[in-house]
Ligand binder design. Structure first.
Ligand SMILES: *[C@@H]1O[C@H](CO)[C@@H](O)[C@H](O)[C@H]1NC(C)=O
Ligand SMILES: *[C@@H]1O[C@H](CO)[C@@H](O)[C@H](O)[C@H]1NC(C)=O
Length: 399
């Protein structure tokens, strides 16, 4: 065979291989379980603190009634298996909360024992954040669960949160400021500049609450139903949305309403599968996980430690974020759909839920809505040292 022909032949083969590789490679990176399939841009050094054992907050607190040692065991393991460092805030039984410590406006209300106990535990967490002058802390309920890829998810969330809470973020593509008040104003995470500075926390400097674990939230997209009678046309909750497309940790639409008490998911109606959306909190309920900044903790402790106790803590926090309490400025509460933390439903008696959406106990199968590679569901495998490829994806994509 002539040498020249051989070279051409070889070059031809190489080109064909390259073409085949380029054409078929994207097929191999469909949303799927493993970590390296995360097609998310993990930002550089500015976000590296998010990977530390407190997720870039100053502390992680877990609310737990000391008598629920079962939950403390499970949470201790979950944290260890995902390299997190948690501290406990002792939960409080409502019968141990005397009436004389309740805020003034609760006197004519019937506050259930459950609500009193939960209120006090959350106030104790806020009080500690203020007392210790923490820049920020994440408050978790003791039955919260998350994906083993939480830290990567939080890095991407941090980038979105920073953009949302900057005064006027500019799109990197157009250089034009993003409008937070125009209806349906929306931007993809890939268009966010990565050089947004923040000094106090990796999630930005100007926020009150990051509502990361909930059992339902709305998009703040309908100005007419917003509560400000004085100025109904101008919603005070910013409308800007930041989308994270092709996030392999988001379950398919089919799995977005996984239990009978879940609220209707507008996410599935408005976005393609595997999209996560970060936006201002609106009508959010349940507090499986939320972070507060120092400024947020001070405002909340003042409002709810000293002034207001009228109903369940999550409902009050939701109203507060929606701007229903008189305040100088609209609070800055950021949330995410689907949430990054969720309630773990244990088998049978392991669950005694009093939160809204509660009362649902799956007797045969444990599960956590929205969370694909759940730490709790995979706990046995994780303890045995099974790698990512061997874990169970609770919400597998339909074929
Ligand atoms: C994680 O990072 C945050 C933000 O820089 C910091 O406040 C916190 O102390 C760090 N946590 C640990 C355990 O180093
Ligand atoms: C609380 O921390 C901030 C910085 O995060 C600092 O500027 C302030 O002086 C601290 N306050 C007290 C009372 O130490």
């Amino acid at each position: 065979m002539p040498v020249l022909f051989g070279h051409r032949y070889l070059a031809f083969i190489v080109v064909v291989f390259l073409l085949v590789f380029l054409i078929f490679k994207p097929l191999g990176t469909q949303p799927h379980g493993a970590l390296d399939h995360m097609q998310l841009r993990v930002p550089g050094k500015a976000f590296s603190d998010v990977l530390n054992s407190t997720l870039g907050f100053q502390e992680l607190f877990v609310l737990n009634l000391p008598e629920r040692s079962d939950r403390r065991d499970a949470m201790t393991l979950s944290a260890a298996l995902t390299k997190l460092d948690v501290k406990w805030i002792d939960g409080i039984d409502g019968k141990d909360v005397p009436d004389r410590v309740l805020p003034g406006d609760s006197w004519d209300k019937k506050i259930s024992k459950g609500n009193k106990g939960s209120w006090r535990a959350h106030m104790d967490a806020l009080q500690r954040i203020v007392r210790e002058n923490l820049t920020s802390a994440l408050i978790l309920e003791d039955d919260a669960d998350w994906d083993i890829r939480l830290k990567q998810q939080m890095q991407v969330f941090a980038q979105a949160a920073r953009a949302l809470t900057q005064p006027t973020p500019k799109a990197s593509s157009t250089g034009k400021p993003l409008s937070a008040t125009e209806p349906q104003s929306e931007i993809s995470i890939s268009q966010i500049p990565t050089n947004l500075r923040s000094r106090l926390t990796p999630y930005g400097d100007n926020w009150d609450v990051l509502w990361l674990g909930h059992c339902g939230t709305d998009f703040p997209s309908a100005p007419t139903i917003l509560p400000h009678k004085d100025d109904a046309s101008k919603p005070k909750v910013p409308l800007l949305r930041i989308t994270i497309p092709n996030d392999p940790t988001v379950p398919d639409h089919k799995h977005l309403k996984p239990h009978p008490f879940a609220l209707q998911d507008s996410l599935a109606k408005e976005y393609p599968p595997h999209t996560r959306v970060v936006h201002s909190s609106y009508k959010t309920t349940c507090t499986q996980a939320y972070a507060v900044s120092q400024q947020g903790a001070r405002k909340l402790l003042y409002q709810f430690g000293l002034k207001t106790l009228t109903t369940g803590w999550d409902l009050m926090l939701g109203d507060w974020c929606d701007g229903l309490y008189p305040q100088e400025k609209q609070p800055i509460c950021v949330t995410v759909q689907p949430p990054l933390f969720s309630h773990h439903y244990g088998k049978g008696a392991a669950s005694d839920i009093t939160a809204p959406g509660g009362g649902f106990v799956n007797k045969d199968k444990e599960m956590t809505p929205y969370v694909r590679l759940s730490v709790r569901v995979n706990m046995e495998r994780l303890v045995q040292g099974v790698g990512v490829e061997g874990l169970v994806d609770q919400w597998e994509d339909p074929e």
